[in-house]
Write a protein that binds this ligand. Structure first.
Ligand code: HEC
Length: 169
């Protein structure tokens, strides 16, 4: 604590030992690469030690974000399967999103216009959930805009959920 500062003293943080009972489970859930031995090594640490370590990590993370590497982690986390598949509310919303944003080029019924027919079986860039997600989110060179910055992830998945209900099986 600095003199004259009104920051309270947290003396007990320096005395309390870290409780690692749930650490391993938390690391697994979050997908962090900590090994059991590394977690064991934390048992001698106090809560103050780990608080300082956390603050230092925040500082390093900020530099990583500036370099753009954290964004890549977020991209890798796009699910393989559509989280809204078969969800009636999402499909209804997806239809509206399609009519507002996509129909100008792909036609009101998605059968094509400036952009290709989206009901057909053979897609140039593939027709799996993740292929469609990539086509729509990032765009394609022949004139397909990138939609992720404009409508975000959830709406893209909802449009896909809608398209699935009208596509050829
Ligand atoms: C400005 C016109 C335009 C708009 C708006 C547009 N698209 Fe496209 N889209 C295209 C064109 C052109 C292509 C073909 C790109 C290519 O072949 O490289 C395409 C390609 C695609 C593909 C890939 C098709 C394949 O054969 O692999 C999908 C999927 C798609 N669009 C979905 C959408 C959805 C969903 C929306 C609305 C969120 C949308 N598009 C809005 C013009 C558009």
């Amino acid at each position: 604590m600095f003199p004259k500062s009104n920051m309270p003293a947290y003396a007990w943080l320096a005395e309390r030992k870290l409780d690692t009972t749930y650490t391993e489970r938390k690391m697994k859930t979050l997908g962090f690469p900590y090994k059991t031995e590394e977690i064991k090594a934390l048992e001698s640490k106090t809560e103050l030690d780990v608080l300082v370590a956390y603050l230092q990590k925040l500082g390093r993370d900020l530099k990583e974000i500036e370099k753009g590497s954290v964004v890549k982690v977020a991209e890798a986390a796009v699910p393989e399967k559509n989280p809204f598949e078969g969800n009636a509310d999402a499909i209804k919303e997806g239809k509206k999103i399609f009519e507002t944003n996509c129909a100008v080029c792909h036609g009101k019924d998605a059968k094509g216009g400036i952009g290709p027919n989206l009901l057909r079986k053979d897609f140039k860039y593939g027709r799996s959930d993740s292929d469609l997600y990539t086509s729509i989110s990032k765009g394609r060179p022949g004139g397909m805009p990138d939609w992720e910055p404009k409508i975000g992830r959830d709406r893209i998945w909802k449009v896909i959920a809608y398209l699935r209900t009208i596509q050829e099986k």
